[in-house]
Ligand binder design. Sequence first.
Ligand SMILES: [Zn+2]
Length: 160
Amino acid sequence: MKKIITLVLAGLLGCNSCTNSLKQPEVIPPLSKQESPVVYFPKVINNLSFVYDNLKREIPMCLEGLIIGNKVLVTDVKLPFIYISEADSASYEPMSCASQNYVGMVHNHIYDVSDYNCIPSKRDLERFENDPHAIVEAIVCKTNRKTDSAKIRTLIKTKK
Ligand SMILES: [Zn+2]
């Protein structure tokens, strides 16, 4: 049975009113200190921070990577064929992500000062669960291209 676990930002779930914890900046640790089973290569963080910085609509991107042991190394991102891109939703052609290195999808949620909005929607979770090739689902909710950083909530499928 597949189970989805939240790797980071667990404290933000259902936490729309706890503004103090929402204001804590999250720093992506260097790879050597990265303990999460999902590791983003610097090129991926760079691409996410430049594409999503100040973007006012959602853009889906395909994640490519390698699975080594119980780690997922996300090595690249690629734009799929996009049908719709709005402030709170987007749609794309899943087949355009098809690749033997495909590991899942990433998209952005529009940053809002009162709420990091880093929570996957019901639709995001359903799409992730129904995608047999996806291991990782990532949501980028804040970026800073000047510091080349991105706040990412990463979900991963694990086998029970
Ligand atoms: Zn979403």
